[in-house]
Design a protein around this ligand. Structure first.
Ligand code: ADP
Ligand code: MG
Length: 657
């Protein structure tokens, strides 16, 4: 008896719809992507009842002929790829030819379209009900395409039940539209919900020149959000050295190749963060994506500029050869896979780190300045001088070829930079002062360099680059300062932590950790497991200034503590430290581990942080902070400074709207 048979077309389409059409927002996504692929300049999205009762997308793209309008509703009918090889270099949003037939199979569907390049004033209308064609007719229509999907899942009651509340569903749609609007400032978007216009984003004409896309992006963000948090512009290009499988040569063989890559966009300044990833927008070749590797890279790049459990705010565009990224791994194309994940991850994390460091550049030598300037102003791709994150990228993955035509070759890496591990190398600038600056006699604490013009079009001068005058201290903790822009508050404790943290790192890097001997060495007895663990990290502990030596099977002798730590109970301090090191995990690189532990140690045990300061001491504090590499956050990512400019003050006092 034969049991196997082919499914009817409309059933096959419904099955495909199960993958592609999860909820109303997936319909919106597929249709808007089609409009973008059709070079639309104006896209209107209407939904009713969260998209359950109506979804309508209207565009002014190139439209379709009558034949195409019928064919596009067949499964695997697409104009975007032709051969299997095309899958390796997809430049359009769509390529599977599945969306329209899938959507049409689970809704009451009307497609109206008129071709741009046709002389006929008539368009075509196709009406489909749950996958079955009801009517095809000529119809008067504007150039472009309008797709209407009513009663989504009307023929799949089980599916319909899974839809969430109208608000939730329309929030999903709005989230997707935000992404589409960010990626395409040149397109005007209108969003209408239950008859009410929620957005009307005019198209932003991108001017000429290198900085134009960045300006357009800022403008689009402003259209969407109103006021923006403090953002840093970033634009970095590089040639990545990839290691990829080359099965053509020999199964399992690895070949080296070089890959042009660019990351540009805006990221939150140090201290700007959110409790969710909601404002973290990532695009690969303009496609909104989720990629765990890049998420990690961002957090890695922020490092001490981000609080634990908080997420960066960003809108970043990665541009990469389509052949080096696979977009065909997720039914809704939400995830992508890079040919060399590690190289991309390392690139992103360095780009972000350098941009953050570049936000505040106290020294003459600015190994990181390139990242924050518009690409046109790049003196050289200095980028390769810094060593990639030790754990994330093998050293050979950074090449020193000219990044892109027109960019000179980077200077050779300095020995300091190339021998210092990531955790410390960001301090590897020649003039990191350990001692305080001479006491300022004037009450105005001026930056040691002339005030630099704004870093990138539209971003204000960083706070520590403008003169600050100490007004006083409140609550024994908050220093009140004044700048020509307004009011500034400094958290004395957080500032102190940052300063001590960086000083300690510099010392570590220079192998200058001088530990303070204890008057009375103490013995510490540990459990078998802890003892084994501690034996493995004794060299690290020594580097951190903790004088611990073996004194028996499970006994250790503690005879020194790091400077700045004043633990009344030395033994307790060491036990806590060991616990923290253990908790940090064994996979973590030893120095990186040390860094985090230092941060914690300094925070909890620093002597000076809580002492009340006055006069010149306060000015020194501000000066010392200026000399930090990452002065705007404490080592835990909490802000050290808060600014309230005159505009905000005026608003608060009701002087302006
Ligand atoms: P895909 O986008 O993967 O090609 P779809 O099912 O989404 O598959 O669309 C099928 C085809 O219909 C597209 O390749 C395109 O040629 C055409 N099409 C769909 N939407 C539009 C539109 N808004 N404007 C012009 N052509 C469209
Ligand atoms: Mg499509």
């Amino acid at each position: 008896m034969n049991r196997v048979r082919l499914l009817p077309e409309h059933v096959a389409n419904q099955i495909a719809a199960g993958e592609v059409v999860e909820r109303p927002s997936s319909v919106v996504k597929e249709l808007v992507e089609n409009s973008l692929d059709a070079e639309a300049r104006r896209i209107t999205v209407e939904i009713q009842a969260g998209g359950r009762s109506l979804i309508r997308i209207t565009d002014d793209g190139f439209g379709m002929s009558r034949d195409d309008a019928l064919l596009c509703l067949e499964r695997h009918a697409t104009s975007k790829i032709q051969r299997a090889e095309d899958l390796h270099g997809i430049a359009t949003m769509g390529f599977r030819g599945e969306a329209l037939p899938s959507i049409a199979s689970v809704s009451r569907f009307v497609l109206t379209t008129r071709e741009r390049d046709s002389d006929s004033p008539e368009g075509t209308q196709v009406v489909i009900n749950g996958g079955r064609i009801v009517e095809v007719k000529a119809a008067g229509a504007a150039v472009g395409t309008c797709v209407e999907a009513r009663s989504l899942f009307f023929n799949l009651p089980a599916r319909r039940k899974f839809l969430r509340s109208e608000e939730t569903e329309s929030a999903h749609t709005q989230h997707y539209l935000t992404l589409a609007a960010l990626a395409h400032p040149e397109v005007s978007f209108t969003f209408v919900k239950d008859g009410r216009t929620i957005w009307q984003l005019p198209a932003i004409k991108a001017g000429a020149g290198e900085g134009a896309p960045m300006a357009a992006l800022r403008e689009r963000m402003r259209q969407l959000a109103g006021t923006l948090p403090q953002l840093i512009a970033l634009d970095v290009r590089a040639a990545l050295h990839e290691r990829v499988m080359d099965d053509a040569a020999e199964p399992g063989a690895v070949a080296d190749s070089s890959l042009q890559i660019r990351l540009w966009g805006l990221i939150g300044a140090p201290g700007v963060a959110r409790s969710t990833r909601e404002e973290q927008h990532l695009f690969v070749n303009r496609r909104p994506v989720e990629n765990r590797g890049i998420n990690h890279a961002l957090i890695e790049g922020y490092h001490t500029a981000l609080m634990k459990g908080r997420f960066p705010v960003c809108c970043l565009f990665l541009e990469i050869d389509p052949a080096a990224v696979d977009v065909n791994i997720h039914p809704a194309k939400r995830e992508v896979k890079f040919r060399d994940e590690r190289a991309v991850r390392g690139f992103v994390s360095r780009a972000v780190r350098d941009a953050l460091l570049g936000f505040h550049i106290p020294g003459e030598s600015k190994p990181v300045a390139a990242a924050v300037m518009p690409a046109a102003a790049l003196p050289a791709v200095e980028w390769f001088g810094a060593k990639p994150p030790a754990a994330a990228v093998p050293p050979e993955s950074a090449t020193r070829e000219p990044a892109l035509p027109g960019f000179p070759v980077a200077p050779a890496p300095t020995p300091v930079a190339s021998s210092a591990p990531l955790a410390l190398s960001f301090l590897a600038r020649p003039a990191a002062p350990l001692a305080s600056e001479p006491v300022a006699t004037s009450p105005v604490v001026s930056p040691s360099e002339p005030v630099r013009p704004s870093l990138a079009a539209g971003s204000p001068t960083p706070l520590l680059s403008v003169p600050l005058r100490v007004v006083g201290v409140i609550g024994r903790l908050y220093v009140v300062l004044e700048s020509d822009r307004g009011l500034v508050l400094l958290d004395q404790h957080a500032a102190h932590e940052r300063i001590l943290f960086e000083q300690m790192l510099t010392r570590l890097e220079r192998n200058e950790i001088t530990s303070q001997r204890l008057l009375l060495p103490e013995t510490i007895e540990l459990g078998v497991r802890d003892a084994t663990f501690v034996r493995g990290i004794l060299p690290t502990l020594t580097r951190l200034g903790v004088g611990l030596s073996e004194f028996g099977e499970r006994t250790f002798l503690l005879d020194a503590l790091p400077p700045m730590v004043k633990a009344p109970d030395a033994r307790n301090f060491v036990v806590t430290l060991i616990d923290e090191l253990k908790a940090a995990g064994e996979g973590v690189n030893a120095l990186r581990l040390g860094e985090d532990v230092i941060a914690k140690t300094v925070c909890r045990h620093s002597v000076k942080a809580n002492d009340p300061l006055a006069g010149p001491e306060l000015e020194n504090l501000v000066n010392d902070l200026r000399h930090c590499a990452m002065p705007y956050t404490c080592p835990h990512g909490r802000p050290t400074l808060i600014e309230m400019n005159f505009r905000e003050l005026e608003k608060k006092f009701g002087r302006t709207q």
